[in-house]
Design a protein around this ligand. Sequence first.
Ligand code: RIB
Ligand code: CA
Length: 305
Amino acid sequence: MAEAVPVILDVDTGVDDALAIALAVSSPRVDLVAVTTLAGNVDVDRTTANTLAVLDWLGADSVPVHRGASRPLARPHVDAAFVHGTDGLGNAGLPPSPRGVGADRGPAAIIRLASARPGQLTLVCVGPLTNLAIALNVEPTLPSLLAGVVVMGGAYRVPGNVTPRAEFNIYCDPEAAAQVLATPFPRLTLIGLDVTEQVVLSRAAWTAAADGNGPVAGLVDRIGRRAFVERGLAGTALHDPLALAAAVEPSLVAGESAGVTVGTEGEARGETRLDGAGSAVVASTVDPGAALRFLSRELGLPSLI
Ligand code: RIB
Ligand code: CA
């Protein structure tokens, strides 16, 4: 068995963020050191409350949560409540957590934890990049303190999901994304819609998973109702779980090194452009079956295929 990867998970919990948290808590491949939150799918109060509620639901109430950015660096917050429901968790109705957040805010916690364990922690960002941009601003040596960074974000050779050119996490805070993607990290992996939209939880798989026993099955049941019942979707992409899965099982995706520039103005807002040579690895292919098998195994769910 491969060793567990120590991870800081940066989230805007959200339905698929909740599944990434479930993967982090369930899988022996992940050592969830801390979770940092920020405004994204919904406001930071809700993403933080959702994160605490999901961790407690899963019995992981010892995992520290650090509240982060309340808005993008340079523009008003635009949410994705139409996708994730007004509560941001698919109106799952989980019991609220009685516990509070950690003393330091998200960016400070990222700096503190990385400094305490230099070169050991992998930061997995599955929301806008505001926390990471702030942390880089305050601690410019942060790239050397992290083992690696994996970002769920961008649309490199496929259309966006907010505009034809932009994926939500980048669109929500393009200035933060531009700062992060202009930073030379020893290991930066970009998991964009190019691969995440190929890894889909189907209605049939959701139904089968929801019929299972245990807290993960119960979570999947509750948070999936908005997509499959309220919205009547046939499937929903597992964006954030795939990003975390790729962080601990890199063989699930393949990609090429490239430079990436981010659009910030007008119709180019949030656009992620491949721009010559660069140190980021941009995922371009995934084996959806292998990814779904990995996720079902590590989540302890029946087959998701
Ligand atoms: O575009 C998909 C991303 O935007 C996911 O992280 C989802 O949670 C939303 O934040
Ligand atoms: Ca997210």
